[in-house]
Design a protein around this ligand. Structure first.
Ligand code: RTP
Ligand code: MG
Length: 157
């Protein structure tokens, strides 16, 4: 039996435009220091259309247009993180959406340390596995879904 190693879960992480200049290196260090493998990575400026699609779940929210504006104001770093329980672990590392709440409840979280406010909050993470799959193929295309197909076909789970 051939034993290939395939990480058990993937999530999409984004370093948002507000954190790219000052905090990117530190965030990347923390990611690798926490046992995530970065299996894909790219820097890109989202178009307005892409930002709208990326956050389409929030279309009806009062902050939607500000959010879209913010997300395409400069480059983002897009990363696929792989680890067991990656979705939940990355969310835990980020901390709560609002940095004030993050400082109060998870002072070591990335948002507690690097976010400016509830909108410009330094990082994004998929909120569940289905989201992760959807956003990863939206940002990176078919590469990762190909991988998953192979795992299914050969039962490499
Ligand atoms: P994300 O999707 O970026 O990982 O953040 P999240 O799950 O913690 O928060 P979510 O509710 O999904 O909101 C998405 C992003 O919208 C901005 N936001 N602004 N002004 C506001 O009240 C407000 N609320 C949310 C933030 O950039 C948030 O991360
Ligand atoms: Mg969210």
């Amino acid at each position: 039996e051939i034993n290939f190693f395939f990480p058990k879960q993937q999530t999409l992480a984004v370093i948002k435009p507000d954190a790219m200049e000052e905090h990117r290196e530190r965030i990347l260090e923390e990611i690798s220091g926490s046992g995530f493998s970065v299996t894909q990575l790219k820097e890109m400026v989202l178009s307005r259309e892409m930002a709208e699609e990326f956050y389409k779940e929030h279309r009806e929210k009062p902050f939607f247009s500000q959010l879209v504006e913010f997300m395409c104001r400069g480059p983002c770093m897009m990363l696929i993180l792989t680890k067991e329980n990656a979705v939940e672990e990355w969310r835990a590392m980020m901390g709560p959406t609002d940095p004030e709440q993050a400082k109060a409840t998870c002072p070591n979280s990335l948002r507690a340390r690097f976010a400016s406010d509830i909108l410009q909050n330094s990082v994004h993470g998929s909120s569940n596995e289905q989201h992760a799959e959807e956003k990863i193929s939206f940002i990176f295309g078919d590469i990762s879904s190909d991988c998953r197909d192979h795992r299914k076909r050969y039962q490499w789970y």
